[in-house]
Design a protein around this ligand. Structure first.
Ligand SMILES: C[S@@+](CC[C@H](N)C(=O)[O-])C[C@H]1O[C@@H](n2cnc3c(N)ncnc32)[C@H](O)[C@@H]1O
Ligand code: SF4
Length: 451
């Protein structure tokens, strides 16, 4: 079957599976006491040493119209100090409740957003010093930060490097001026190259560029030029995200005209164009659904050793049983529980100031959830998975019957494998393993399109 027909059939709403169960299916929220208990138990019993910390900085000075992140737009930098104090109050609460956070090694610290470099170097120092002083780190520690090259200075990168940060991710999206105009993000190649260069001079081990395919007005020629410029800069990693169009959640995306948006086979062709240039000319390897890395990069090595992992931060090269999220809307996970902080900044501020852990919602995983979570994770990271339960095998075979006929997936005994032509439809295959989705289809639109 040709690709256009396949996209007609399979370009349906599908989760991105950065968690299982996916957020719209969370129920049975833990109380804060249960959540604390789950963290303590994880740190006391985990066979995987160490834990990960994610700190969310929601602020951006201007809104990019494509953006799907949890952010708060302001030019008023007076918000910095109160926010830093609130995150530190939340951290202090965790230290009081979970003393193991001081003794178990902090393996990964990731600053995400919004825009972490909205904070001045002084504010970042004020935020990070108490956290780093109260935790233990080993030589394998990874500190990573997402930066907007338009809002990042040498001083930011020097400060973070001096605190042990060794990885950096730059938001680039697309270099074409017309695309940039419609996504409200004017960013010159020079700005991006300058930050890349400074990061290298300062000794950051891994530099990532975030690109997106499927943006309004993007064409094959435009994405080719963006890919060529990326190849010339040779970042260690590239995330080439599928544009997630979710106007019912992000109303600013309504300004895009349907006729300007590449969809289906046209959208996928943009990915394929960039993919072939990056792999054939740049020597990059394709990691999971939408990432590329040089063979020397940790992400590439983790794929070879079977350590590649996927969580709310996307594909990562280290798996720890605890991922603790601090800051407004931040999501945390343990093997048995998901937990999300208050999503509204005012509520987050109030609750942290009152000395509370700002629980908004979460999900206590059942045994079935845990099985499905591991299976989906395997398929998302290794393109294959073994389904040992015979009843489950039967259901999945039936669910995937059309994909089997279309030679997109293969089931051999208990082994399910994505075939090369099936790679664009990985999210569709995962839906067959998603027991909660199988049991209950969503009533309203919640997921972006599979392609
Ligand atoms: C928090 S931002 C990165 C840091 C900084 N705010 C910036 O934009 O430079 C995280 C990344 O998510 C990706 N992203 C945001 N909205 C998206 C969407 N609707 N579809 C696909 N990717 C998206 C972008 O590539 C962006 O660089
Ligand atoms: S893409 Fe980055 S800078 Fe733009 S609005 Fe989203 S989080 Fe802010």
């Amino acid at each position: 079957m040709n690709f256009s027909l396949l996209t007609k059939k399979y370009d349906v709403p599908a989760p991105r599976y950065t968690s299982y169960p996916t957020v719209p299916y969370w129920e049975n929220s833990p109380t804060t006491t249960q959540w604390i208990h789950s963290i303590r138990k994880t740190l006391q019993t985990s066979k995987n040493p160490g834990w990960s910390l994610y700190v969310h900085i929601p602020f951006c000075e201007s809104l990019c119209t494509f953006c799907g992140c949890n952010n708060s737009i302001t030019r008023n930098h007076a918000v910095e100090t109160p926010y830093v104090e609130q995150v530190l109050a939340e951290w202090a609460q965790y230290l009081k409740e979970v003393p193991e956070l001081r003794t178990q090694p902090l393996q990964v610290l990731h600053l995400g957003g919004g825009t972490p470099t909205f904070l001045s170097p002084q504010s970042l120092k004020q935020l990070l010093t108490p956290i780093l002083e109260s935790t233990r780190r080993e030589a394998s520690f990874e500190g990573s930060v997402e930066v907007d090259p338009r809002k990042t200075t040498r001083e930011h990168l020097e400060l973070l490097r001096s605190l042990g940060f060794n990885r950096i991710s730059l938001g680039v999206q697309d270099l074409d001026p017309e695309v940039q105009r419609v996504i409200h993000r004017n960013q010159t190649l020079e700005q991006t190259l300058a930050i890349t260069q400074i990061a290298r001079e300062l000794g950051y081990e891994s530099v990532n560029w975030d690109l997106i395919y499927g943006l309004p007005l993007q064409t094959l020629e435009k994405i080719e030029r963006t890919a060529e410029a990326t190849l010339a800069a040779k970042p260690d990693r590239i995330a080439l995200y599928s544009f997630a169009l979710v106007p019912w959640i992000k109303p600013q995306q309504r300004i895009f005209k349907d006729s300007d948006l590449p969809v289906g086979a046209e959208k996928r062709a943009l990915y394929e164009k960039a993919r072939s240039l990056l792999m054939e000319r740049g020597g990059y390897r394709e990691i999971g659904m939408d990432h590329f890395a040089l063979p020397s990069d940790g992400l590439s090595q983790s794929m070879d050793s079977g350590r590649l992992h996927r969580n709310f931060m996307g594909y990562v090269d280290q798996r720890t049983d605890l991922l603790l999220g601090l800051g407004v809307s931040a999501i945390s996970e343990t093997p048995e529980c998901f937990h999300q902080n208050e999503k509204v900044l005012n509520l987050y501020s109030q609750r942290t100031q009152q000395g509370e852990i700002p629980t908004h919602r979460g999900h206590l995983l059942t045994d079935e959830d845990r099985q499905a979570r591991e299976q989906i994770l395997k398929l998302m990271t290794q393109w294959k998975v073994e389904i040992s339960d015979s009843n489950e095998q039967k259901v999945i075979r039936e669910m995937l019957s059309e994909m089997i006929t279309d030679r997109l997936v293969e089931i051999d005994g208990s082994n399910l494998r994505i075939l090369p032509e099936g790679k664009p439809f990985l999210r569709n295959a995962c839906m067959a393993l998603d027991r909660r989705l199988r049991a209950k289809q969503p009533h309203a639109r919640v997921f972006s399109q599979a392609l």
